[in-house]
Ligand binder design. Structure first.
Ligand code: HQG
Length: 180
């Protein structure tokens, strides 16, 4: 995806995950906002105008699905810091999931488990390749944790799927984690 579209995509994510107030919109409890209203406010705030076809082009060209357009609304699929409820109910996860992180964080995670830090949920990856990509944002040689997801689910931890290969959980105790 070219630099221009990447910049717009980051602004859309920033708005829908963290700061809808910055462009003067409110999200509903699931993080949704009317698509036309979103586009209107976004364009009033930022110089570069966007449109529904442009958003759909970004969605087609992205390495990851970051937002969804449904029934005339748009929402971020994951990554929120403002409180939102998952739109999809919890589901039994695959046998294992993954989490990529820095060496510094990993030293704490082996004792404390995964915490949501500044976001609403802990983010887990469906496969190792995705976890490596996530971890590489902050560490050139990230540490990869394998998560015993089904065991955790049997013990009562709720796993929320997204359409992005990202699974959301409230927290993940260290007992279900191992470095691979
Ligand atoms: C770490 C991006 C210390 C955790 C990505 C991570 C993802 C702890 C950092 C999505 C900890 C939080 C989310 C503990 C967890 N002590 N550090 N107990 N527990 N951490 O950005 O999972 O490209 O909030 O390991 O690709 O890195 O923007 O979470 O390093 O899918 O669409 O605290 O955001 O997606 O960092 O990334 P983040 P994340 P986009």
């Amino acid at each position: 995806m070219d630099h221009h579209l990447t910049r717009i995509s980051k602004r859309i994510s920033f708005t829908l995950r963290h700061h809808p107030d910055k462009i003067g919109i409110n999200l509903d409890q699931y993080g949704r906002v009317d698509l036309n209203s979103f586009i209107r406010h976004f364009n009033q705030h930022y110089g570069t105008p966007i449109s529904e076809p442009l958003i759909r082009k970004i969605m087609r060209q992205s390495d990851k699905q970051r937002y969804a357009i449904e029934g005339g609304t748009i929402r971020a699929l994951y990554g929120h810091s403002i409180p939102v409820k998952p739109l999809t109910p919890p589901k039994t996860p695959p046998e294992v999931l993954y989490h990529g992180t820095t060496h510094a964080a990993a030293r704490l995670i082996v004792d404390e488990g995964l915490k949501k830090m500044d976001r609403d949920f802990v983010h887990l990856s469906a496969n190792r390749r995705m976890a490596v990509q996530v971890g590489k944002r902050r560490d050139p040689k990230p540490v990869i944790f394998q998560v015993e997801a089904q065991k955790a689910a049997k013990d009562g931890i709720l796993f929320y799927p997204t359409e992005s290969g990202v699974w959301l959980v409230d927290a993940m105790p260290a007992t279900y984690l191992k470095i691979i």
